[in-house]
Design a protein around this ligand. Sequence first.
Ligand code: ZN
Length: 159
Amino acid sequence: MTGTSNDFQFPDVLLRKTSLRCDCNIASCTTFQYSKAFIGGKEFNAGEKLIPGRRCGSVVTATIHGRSMYGLVKKFLRVVCRCLSFHDLVVLTWFPRPTYPDGDPLTVRVDLTGVPDVNTMTNFDIISLLDLEPSRILVELNRHGTDMYMMRMEGIDRM
Ligand SMILES: [Zn+2]
């Protein structure tokens, strides 16, 4: 990971969702935040706005409970703890679960009903950087702005 780094204080909502493999208490660890991360050689940026029709460097995909999910990265974090191990984490908001109108994993639709603005969602989650798939993703919006179509450059969705 590269980019600016400063101390990061975990909001309570994320602290409750975060546990470290080494069982150190995250509140006593030092956390740095980064603006960029490289995943499988692809560059991703934290905190970029999603503008339909362009590649947004903050859109990522991960397999959660066996199915593909898409989200928007807010922060990349590195937690360095007392046992001297470190943990690379991603703070993100998830888009609604994709649907597959053609019944295959090539056409990936995200229904935005009930989502006023994909850039200001507040369903923050935290996962390991290792859980992100190394795929850049293009996003198209339909004419009415009610659905996003996700086009991944690498890999294939798990339905
Ligand atoms: Zn530790």
